[in-house]
Design a protein. Sequence first.
Length: 306
Amino acid sequence: MQLSIVITTKNRKQYLLDCIHSIFKSKKINFQYEIIIIDDSSSDGTENIREQVLQHKYKFKNIFFYHQQKSLKMVKARNVGARLARGRYVLFVDDDNIIHPDMISNLVSFANTTPTYGIVGPSMYNFFNKKKYMDYQKINLFLAKTTGVVSNDSIGHYCSDGIPNVFLVKKDVFEKCGYFDEQLIQTFTEPDFSLNAKKNGYKTVTYNKAITYHNSDASRVLSRTIGSVPAKAYCLIRNRFIIVKRYGSFLNKLIFLVFFSWGWPLIYSMLAISIGKFDLIRLYWAGFYDGLNYFIFNKFRVSTKL
């Protein structure tokens, strides 16, 4: 089998159905593929969707729905899908995406061009206004901050420090580098995966002829930014320490620790106060404490309930 498409979802039934529909509108797929959906203990009706209904609707037998009774959170859910995948490539698609009809064929075709392209992703557009917001991503290891970049040049593909949202992984990468680090839980997981793959000789690139439309409305932007769930709020701070510790130079580590590490929980706390999300503040500072512990002792420690 050439391709496995893995979709992880939780409590976003309509987003999921729209995403699946966009996949079945794809063009030029002349190879065998499967769709694997990991439902992370939803309670909005997603848990009632049965694969037989989707198989009948789309006249497609290779679609599999796995309903998890206990919440896995994003990284574990992705790993469950990756381990079930039978394809040469594994395409991860977040449920809030409407993919362009040519995206899958373009990604697979481009990934086939060189063996060192281990992780390949599309350019990303906003679904509502159809404006591009990212060609590739860069991470500043002094700040522990990722930035989406829109390119004005015409080279067509770009090296990227991780790819969020939608990305294709050669199965060889998992076999050589391992799976996503489940102790990260979520946030900065894609840069961690890509930077680890880079150490093993695999490049992470984006290809601008492949396009996805991120179905994320403006009303959710601040909520997503500050951490809409406890695990994300905690990991927004803690995982910055982990990324710098693992991949930063001595100078990166020194400057981050002295000047920026304490600034992140302070900034996020002020944002949370501005919208009345006082419960998030303890999670930011717990993430700071546990991140600092990892930075010094190189050991994971979770001191707060997520």
